[in-house]
Design a protein around this ligand. Structure first.
Ligand code: GDP
Length: 306
């Protein structure tokens, strides 16, 4: 019957609507206060977040780390467009994380939040009422987690190890070295090697681009570069600095020179952004849906005896 919209057609229709509106990408940031999470997110998505109001930096506002009494989870959403494809980006921040004397359970509210998003999705799939189908349409599952590591130059802290271990089976974990401009190039390289060794030693599974037999050369190169840079050494800044030649760059100024955010020779910011919004966005979403969510779903249904 033409013009008839059967119930079975609805999810499909919603799916098409979601594609026309663009797709959702949900990025969570995690790490101790003052490591530059807010600044990096603003630097990553500066143009798109401008309209919605840039995220306020807690430290610049003079709010000390002792203020939040629990780990709170906050969201900001923006619409970004890349090569004609629209994306509804949500950044989920976890202020208060790691700010306590006893951080043993710091991972708990974060894992709970990640799992709750899986659980809501599962409910919506299993009992599709109208409202729940709308929840399916806006996918709230976390597609990537940027974990900020303090640039100590030594090794991972116990809290980093614990949190990454607890979260790595539920989320695409991408560790980054925060404020890389505070380390020299040599220090960055040594620190990266230590962090990689720690990650391996503790059995932490960080996100790895999937390799397929049908990958073309570009993809193989992109994946190799990704793995070579991991953990990404990042610098965030919204400040425009004029270089001697008159060129204006985003960066951080030191007596001995300027560290440019958007210069691949200076830090891994460009690589990280390219990977997140261009080369690997789809794969991060696929892995979330097909691997991470699926194993959550299987475990949950098994626990329920279904
Ligand atoms: P958050 O608490 O992790 O969200 O950290 P903020 O983004 O609020 O930044 C804390 C402070 O560190 C601010 O004064 C920032 O200007 C500064 N900051 C942010 N990113 C960087 C960076 O990449 N390098 C340096 N040196 N400082 C940074």
């Amino acid at each position: 019957i033409t013009g008839y919209v059967g119930f079975a057609n609805l999810p499909n229709q919603w799916h098409r609507k979601a594609t026309a509106k663009g797709f959702a990408f949900n990025l969570m940031v995690c790490g101790e206060s003052g490591l530059g999470k807010t600044t990096l997110v603003n630097t990553l998505f500066a143009k798109s977040l401008e309209d919605q109001g840039v995220l306020p930096s807690k430290v610049d506002k003079g709010i000390g780390p002792e203020v939040p009494k629990t780990v709170e989870i906050t969201n900001i959403t923006a619409n970004i467009e890349e090569s004609g494809v629209r994306c509804r980006l949500t950044v989920v921040d976890t202020p208060g994380f790691g700010d306590y004397i006893n951080n043993d359970l710091a991972w708990r509210p974060i894992l709970d939040n990640v799992e709750k998003r899986f659980n809501d999705y599962l409910d919506a799939e299993n009992a599709p009422t109208r409202t729940q189908l709308r929840n399916l349409e806006t996918d709230k599952r976390i597609h990537a987690l940027l974990y900020f590591i303090q640039p100590t130059g030594h090794s991972l802290k116990p809290i980093d190890i614990e949190v990454m271990k607890r979260l790595c089976d539920r989320v695409n974990l991408i560790p980054v070295i925060a404020k890389a401009d505070t380390l020299t190039d040599d220090e960055v390289n040594t620190f990266k090697a230590r962090v990689r060794a720690d990650i391996e030693h503790h059995g932490i599974k960080t996100y790895k681009p999937e390799e397929n037999d049908y990958d073309d050369e570009d993809t193989i190169m992109e994946n190799r570069e990704f793995m070579a840079k991991m953990p990404f050494a990042v610098v965030g800044s919204l400040t425009q600095i004029e270089l001697p030649g008159g060129r204006r760059v985003r960066g951080r100024k030191y007596p001995w020179g300027v560290i440019e955010v958007d210069n691949e020779d200076h830090c891994d910011f460009v690589k990280l952004r390219e990977m997140l919004v261009r080369t690997h966005m789809e794969e991060l979403k696929d892995r979330t849906a097909q691997t991470l969510y699926e194993s959550y779903r299987t475990e949950k249904l098994m626990a329920m005896g279904i």
